[in-house]
Design a protein around this ligand. Structure first.
Ligand SMILES: O=C(O)CCC(=O)C(=O)O
Length: 186
């Protein structure tokens, strides 16, 4: 991966609640994406989008504890260790999002979760973040292996989207999440 540096908000927009793109965080490999592809299929109702839970270290709201699927039992735990080494955050919940031929997801935030890290696999897609105070918008290109980290609190200050666009092929994101703290945690 050359010529692409870390992307983060410019001075003035940056705050403790922010995001960081780490290009080429995961080396190209022939394991993760083919393994993920065995876990879902597109349907007549959803011909270009698929999503599902992959792992949960405990009960989080309605989400019960869940072991890694067999195909990720070898690589999943190591991914969590690598993510923790990079971000300092242990992510206890993982899901995936699959997008075919430029399908996207509209602007939204995920306030039931706190920190999120997104590992992008497959074709390059635009990813956008927008400050909820109506100001700053950033669009970045997520290539295979890029990691986007949204810090704790991000979902209260920013929203994000994967704009629908002309992008033949498939992108799958692995989304790592930490739960919101509840009063009982404090
Ligand atoms: O696939 C992505 O990169 C975005 C995923 C997303 O928006 C979400 O999980 O809330």
């Amino acid at each position: 991966m050359t010529g692409r540096g870390t992307v983060a908000p410019p001075a003035g927009v940056e705050s403790l609640v922010s995001y960081q793109l780490l290009p080429g965080w995961r080396e190209r490999d022939a394991v993760l994406l083919p393994a993920l592809r065995t876990l879902y299929s597109y349907t007549e109702r959803q011909p270009d989008r698929a999503t599902g839970w992959l792992y949960s270290a405990g009960q989080f709201g309605q989400l019960p504890p869940m072991a890694w699927p067999e195909v990720l039992a070898g690589s999943g735990p190591g991914l969590l260790d690598q993510l923790e080494a990079t971000t300092g955050i242990r992510f206890p919940v993982v899901c995936f999002q699959a997008y075919l031929n430029g399908a996207g997801v509209d602007w939204h935030y995920d306030r039931e979760w706190n920190a999120q890290a997104i590992l992008s696999l497959g074709v390059t897609r635009t990813f956008a973040v927008r400050r909820l105070d109506g100001g700053y918008v950033e669009e970045m290109q997520l290539e295979h292996g890029d990691l986007l980290v949204m810090s704790p609190g991000f979902q209260h200050v920013w929203e994000h989207s994967v704009p629908a666009e002309n992008a033949p092929g498939e992108r799958v994101s692995l989304v790592f999440r930490t739960p919101q703290l509840t009063e009982g945690d404090l």
